[in-house]
Ligand binder design. Sequence first.
Ligand SMILES: Cc1cc2nc3c(=O)[nH]c(=O)nc-3n(C[C@H](O)[C@H](O)[C@H](O)COP(=O)(O)OP(=O)(O)OC[C@H]3O[C@@H](n4cnc5c(N)ncnc54)[C@H](O)[C@@H]3O)c2cc1C
Length: 626
Amino acid sequence: MAPGLLPLSLGLGYPAAAGWMGLTLIPLFLTALTFFRYSAVDPESRPVDVQRVRPEYDFIVIGGGSAGAVLANRLSEIRSWSVLLLEAGGDETEISDIPSLAGYLQLTDLDWKYKTEPPTSHSPYCLAMKGDRCFWPRGKVLGGSSVLNAMIYVRGNRYDYDTWEALGNPGWGYKHVLPFFKKSEDNRNPYLMNSSYHSVGGYLTVQESPFRTPLALSFIRAGEELGYENRDINGQSQTGFMIAQGTIRRGSRCSTAKAFLRPVRLRKNLDISMHSHVVKILTVRQGSMIRTVGVQFWKNGRRWTVRARKEVVLSAGAINSPQILMLSGIGPKDELARHGIPLVKDLKVGYNLQDHVGLGGLTFLIDEPITFKKSRYQTLPVAIDYIFNERGPMTSLGGVEGLAFVNTKYADPSGEWPDIQFHFAPSSINSDGGEQIRRILNLKDAVYNTMYKPLVPAETWTILPLLLRPMSTGRVTLRSKDPFTPPVIDPNYFTHRIDVLRLIEGIRIAMNVSSTRAFQRFRSRPLYTKMPGCRAYQFGSDDYWECYLRHFTFTIYHPSSTCKMGVDPDAVVDPRLRVHGVVGLRVADASIMPTIVSGNPNAPVIMIGEKAAHMIKQDHRKAKYN
Ligand SMILES: Cc1cc2nc3c(=O)[nH]c(=O)nc-3n(C[C@H](O)[C@H](O)[C@H](O)COP(=O)(O)OP(=O)(O)OC[C@H]3O[C@@H](n4cnc5c(N)ncnc54)[C@H](O)[C@@H]3O)c2cc1C
């Protein structure tokens, strides 16, 4: 049973239960006691928020997200090492457990609620959003963005990692990182369990949702009609179509907190401190050397200082890791001077921001009542199926059923390094009746009311075509030296013409999916209503799609690369993830990717966490025996 919905089931049973309450009080009491004791040792119980942080630890990990949770687990495997994990947010909730409700976590306390800056006029984007600003949700919770995400499990393309290695990062080629993907994985799909690309028994449960609409299979068949194989896109070759795999367990979200922290929550050498907002990494200068000595954070309304004997590992994600480094004096000299922050180390922190950008709101209509609509799937029988059977529409991976990696005419000639990804969903912006999707997208009322509101009674589906390796890069800077003020996020989308051209080709391939026999069975057709602001252009022309892209710019929430790994002057960390020129400080999260991976980054970030922990163990073993 999904524990999250227990109150609902108790609520339903209450009137009938009242009569026998007295009779069963003692056995109930005993059962509760047994349960209580069991919960103290149950490997799936929630982590404990430590109230008394010790003055000193061997390792301090900042941020308990996709990477940080892995690091806290793996470093505390060494019993003689003490580890402190500091997380700004609290624990997961009942709602965050339910896969189909992923979108309902945004704009809550579990979200940092970031927004992009309004674009400059020479390359506009996000014009369909209020204030021309796209929302960039980030998890502020134990488990980080793995608690807010759509749970899609994708590893990226082997050439991504071979490129990282070729850029001067030995040990990061595909053959080196594959074992770390497998180390975490517990794949429950029978047809993948025996593949040499997958493994079983790891902490992270990976499987398909037990539910799908008939359109999911149409999507796979459509891919075949277009010449793409139905294959394991995390295996030998990435190009093709696939039913999405997700990080779910028994129908519920398997965040990194659930996967990596709950099973080890009773380790004596691991303290987890929630609601602990890190404001500064402390360093000292010893001759020509800069050494990390500790961390300052706020908890319960006061500032705490904790010392690190061996290392501090920064895993606060692609937005907050550069912010924390800059607040600590590690960043671009001129940027720090602008805010009056004393310079510790001049490094290109916050540059090279990369994201998977694409087109939102591309909508197709069908005639059959088979799409994922709120009125059809947020019902009591559906909730009961989820509670008692761990299955049904509520186990849907944030509404995404299929994935595809396709090649435009600009793609690598090998055909093995696709430039566009599709997320297929049997729903669109209208499917929740205007309740939540338009809100979390920050859509202007005129756009929603013109294009999607008239479709509320309709059956619709969508493809999100995304650019896998954008040329345009952005930047994260400080808005203020106040650590509680959100940083400035400037994604700088579409400044390279090729990014627009590739996406237009990707949109055309998506349109072709609707024209296949597999979708024509359902009389699939595009929504021809024009985007307000683009009416001057002919529907389907290059100019129209470019205008649409610059309006309904869609981030799939994958920022990366702001503390990039490498040995060139722009690199922030070296190939062992040590901050250049600062002893005892590493960064391990999405920010270290030299180039964004070709696919959803959660699994790659977990791999980075695994590899970082492995390297830290190696380095300290070496230091001990030398
Ligand atoms: C809405 C959404 C949907 C997504 N969907 C998918 C998907 O389906 N599949 C996929 O692969 N990827 C998806 N992603 C992206 C993926 O989840 C992220 O790339 C990944 O989780 C990033 O991991 P991280 O460790 O770099 O950062 P995070 O997981 O964000 O972790 C950073 C942690 O640091 C904490 N922190 C930050 N600042 C401080 C501070 N000052 N003090 C203390 N703690 C701090 C944060 O609260 C957070 O817990 C999605 C992301 C979002 C937001």
